[in-house]
Design a protein around this ligand. Structure first.
Ligand code: GLU
Length: 439
């Protein structure tokens, strides 16, 4: 056997959905692990429902996830064309051979394969094990429809064979199709590839994953602020694990450890909380510059003026958010007050500021006399001040936090104050009338 050749064969009748991405990913992993080839084939034989827009959107989804194909549309390759609608000649040719040999018959324009009873059709699935059915349970197989287009079960056999596919890795919903395909392989005298069917993905309610469970289009996850490497990590865990208890891994680690034989046939549950957790872990592990670049589009969407600040400042902002925010979008939202005072003004009312003034006023007057504007010095000062004046620290910290950030949850308030800087802090406190420095 030559090197491993696998394929992902989506029908461009919809966007790249979670199930499709899962299948593509396992194929890609197996190809990369084995140093083989990952082929993309567009199964557009349903002319009514296939569109070029969906095709484009599938490419974008795969590219975003990093599942680049070695052969296929755009990439080219020696086994093309890679779009079924461009392979009609090939399908006609092989179907004609079966008619000539009396194994298939014509019915009008259609060509139909005759299933002979009394045969056991069996295969050993890498994931599901031995599967067999009696041929009498199968009906004759339409190969070419009266409109001249091939059916899925027929075209897939011709394509996988002529593209020298070694492993057919696809969703378990195709197990039922496999015996029909095997009959065609045998009739045509083709050597069988190995089959590996992947477990079904269920929603948390154990029903087949659908729109009801949340976004199904992969690119929606991009817009929600998920990192491709996190979605990759999450999808890889649906039916596979690296062997130890490790839940967080890089794409490179998955490539190294993946083995198609380790795939588990138990249906896998799509757990959004787990995806969010994995995303957070990947955000934490990101290089600060990359993380900054990844958050920028989300600040942009929120209309926040990140370009008014230095990269150094913005990277520090994200740095002190460590552990807060499970998506890039949340990170962008949770840091809005670092970029501009405006959202704080919207979230806090003047009355609140007025009632805080009695305690905060004297505290802040003293605070701005500090020469060292950094967390530790600010904290020490606050602690001493609260002891001396017998005012509990939290009576200072909470209103200070609310007036500066417009929220009750933020990183340590003195870290926030250090980062905002003395001028900005004074400006904000003056706005609320806590300090009497003119704006
Ligand atoms: N076009 C089929 C699908 O999207 C491909 C199935 C297969 O991989 O054989 O389900």
């Amino acid at each position: 056997m030559d090197g491993v050749r696998v394929r992902f064969a989506p029908s461009p009748t919809g966007n790249l959905h979670i199930g499709g991405a899962h299948t593509a990913l396992f194929n890609w992993l197996w190809a990369r692990h084995m140093g083989g080839k990952f082929v993309l084939r567009i199964e557009d034989s349903d002319r009514e429902r296939s569109t070029l827009e969906y095709e484009e959107s599938i490419y974008s989804g795969l590219e975003w996830l990093g599942l680049l194909w070695d052969e296929g549309p755009r990439a080219g390759g020696p086994y093309g064309p890679y779009r079924q609608s461009e392979r009609l000649e090939i399908y006609r040719e092989y179907a004609g051979k079966l008619v000539d040999r009396g194994l298939a018959y014509r019915e009008g324009e259609a060509i139909i394969f005759r299933v002979v009873p009394g045969e056991i059709v069996s295969f050993d699935d890498i994931v599901y094990g031995h599967i067999e059915v009696k041929s009498e349970t199968l009906k004759d197989i339409v190969m070419i429809k009266s409109d001249g287009m091939p059916t899925y079960n027929y075209a897939v056999v011709i394509d996988d064979y002529t593209m020298s596919i070694t492993h057919v890795i696809r969703g378990e919903d195709h197990i039922a199709n496999t015996p029909k395909q095997i009959l065609l392989y045998k009739a045509l005298g083709f050597e069988l590839p190995q089959f590996a069917h992947l477990p079904m993905i269920l929603g948390k309610d154990k029903k087949k994953l659908s729109k009801r469970h949340g976004a199904t289009n992969v690119l929606e996850y991009k817009d929600m602020g998920f990192l491709p490497e996190a979605l990759f990590n999450f999808l890889a865990l649906l039916g596979w694990s690296p062997g130890d208890d490790r839940e967080i891994f890089t794409i490179e680690e998955a490539v190294e450890l993946f083995d198609i034989k380790d795939v588990n046939k138990r249906a896998a549950v799509f757990d959004m909380d787990k995806l969010r957790h994995i995303n957070q872990e990947h955000i934490k592990r990101m290089n600060p510059d990359k993380r900054l670049e990844a958050v920028k589009p989300f600040w942009e969407d929120l209309g926040l003026p990140y370009h008014n600040h230095s990269s150094d400042y913005l990277a520090k902002v994200l740095g002190i958010m460590e552990g807060r925010g499970q998506t890039l979008k949340e990170l962008a939202e949770y840091t809005d007050y670092f970029l501009t005072f405006e959202p704080v003004k919207e979230r806090v009312d003047r009355e609140y500021a007025a009632t805080s003034k009695e305690v905060l006023g004297p505290f802040c007057e003293d605070m701005i006399k500090l020469s060292q504007w950094e967390t530790k010095a600010l904290e020490d000062f606050a602690r001493e001040w609260s002891n001396k004046k017998e005012v509990p620290l939290k009576k200072i910290a909470m209103p200070l936090r609310i007036l500066l950030t417009g929220t009750k949850v933020s990183p340590g308030i003195f870290e926030v104050i250090e980062l905002l800087g003395k001028d900005e802090t004074i400006k904000r406190l003056s706005h609320w009338g806590i300090l009497n420095v003119s704006e």
